[in-house]
Design a protein around this ligand. Structure first.
Ligand code: OGA
Ligand code: NI
Length: 354
């Protein structure tokens, strides 16, 4: 497949203005010189290390939602969606309508990009004062521990900031259809009509982050992605069909979101937590590494416009019974404070909590 990598818009000085991050080395490159190495900067403090062998909660499964049933307005499936958002903040969707070929092409394009020589990839490296491009984000101090992962973040909607090519375009367009259906369902579940969220939030922005997790000789010492919740309305994750890596914190324990072929993992982000006044929670999650095979994932973040005020919806606040528990904040201010910190559990939602 031909892969065109167009120079990132950041080089033309068209940054997003969302934040910055210190530049860090590529883990993939470090491992090319020494595949066994686990540099000090990547070794997590003992309290933060993942317990790789813990399988006590293996039987717990992230809820699976059949999207075709939602389209038929099946009351039982809608109830399942509501419960999944309330109790898990995560679900996997099957029969979502995204063509298998589109997903396969997207994964192949991502793999082809990460297999390019470093010098080629560096042509779309992020600048130090930007978050878009190839490289890591959320690095705010030379002392902080680093994640065992290389990333590429792109804003894919609106169109003019788009700079990766065909596979990403097709994938993002298909995912947008799925995300429109999720937001229609969430609108109804939050006491509005199907267009409620769109009316309140305007046209959604969409960003895509490709996460490349190389193998690690000591997966018990490192984290692929540190625990965090997503700053989006919700996120749709296309993960490897076979390799485990994503874990979510459910009732205080870490649970594997085991891959289901052709499914998408969906999670509630901070913006829906705030809009729903806490009824739906953006759950902490992380990714772990493994010794055997690199893992790739593609996260699509669906977000309100930069200038939109987010705060609890009128339909989710009700005097004494449901007092307002978050303050209003302009979305870009929320995003900027998020990118100004290390990824750190739920620390940023705490900032807008009343
Ligand atoms: C993310 C994320 C998890 C994964 O990109 O926000 O949580 O499994 N990714 O890659
Ligand atoms: Ni995430």
């Amino acid at each position: 497949m031909e892969l065109k990598v167009v120079k990132a818009s950041v080089e033309k000085g068209e940054g997003l203005g969302w934040g910055k991050s210190l530049l860090v080395p590529s883990i993939q490159e470090i491992l090319k010189n020494d595949s066994q190495s686990v540099p000090e900067r990547y070794i997590q403090e003992p309290k933060d290390r993942p317990l790789i062998s813990q399988n006590l909660f293996d039987s717990l499964q992230v809820p699976v939602i059949d999207f075709s049933m939602l389209a038929q307005k099946d009351a039982n499936e809608i109830r399942k969606l509501d419960l999944a958002c309330k109790e898990w903040g995560f679900f996997q969707i099957i029969n979502h309508g995204v063509r298998e070929e589109t997903m396969v092409n997207m994964k192949a394009a991502m793999a082809a990009f990460f297999e390019l020589p470093f010098q080629e990839k560096s042509k779309c490296a992020k600048a130090a004062n930007e978050i878009q491009g190839y490289g890591q984000n959320f690095v705010v101090s030379e002392k902080q521990k680093l994640d065992w992962c290389d990333m590429m973040f792109l804003k894919t909607f609106p169109h003019e900031t788009r700079n990766f090519k065909e596979a990403v375009e097709e994938y993002s367009t298909e995912i947008r259809k799925v995300s429109n259906k999720i937001d229609a369902n969430l609108s109804v579940l939050m006491g509005m009509d199907e267009n409620g969220l769109k009316r309140k939030l305007g046209e959604f922005q969409q960003g895509i982050r490709m996460n490349y997790y190389p193998t690690c000789s000591r997966p018990d010492l490192v984290l692929g992605i540190s625990p965090h919740s997503d700053g989006s309305l919700f996120t749709l994750l296309l993960q490897d069909d076979e390799i485990n890596g994503l874990q979510i914190k459910h009732k205080k324990v870490w649970i594997d979101a085991k891959p289901i072929r052709n499914s998408l993992v969906v999670n509630i982000g901070d913006a829906i937590e705030i809009l729903s006044n806490g009824m739906y929670k953006s759950i902490e999650h992380r990714a772990i590494s493994n010794e055997k095979k690199p893992r790739m994932s593609i996260a699509t973040f669906v977000m309100p416009g930069d200038e939109v005020q987010i705060g609890p919806l009128d339909s989710m606040v009700n005097g004494k019974h449901l007092p307002r528990s978050y303050r209003n904040i302009k979305y870009i201010d929320y995003i900027r404070q998020k990118f100004a910190m290390k990824m750190q559990g739920k620390a940023h939602t705490a900032i807008v909590k009343l």
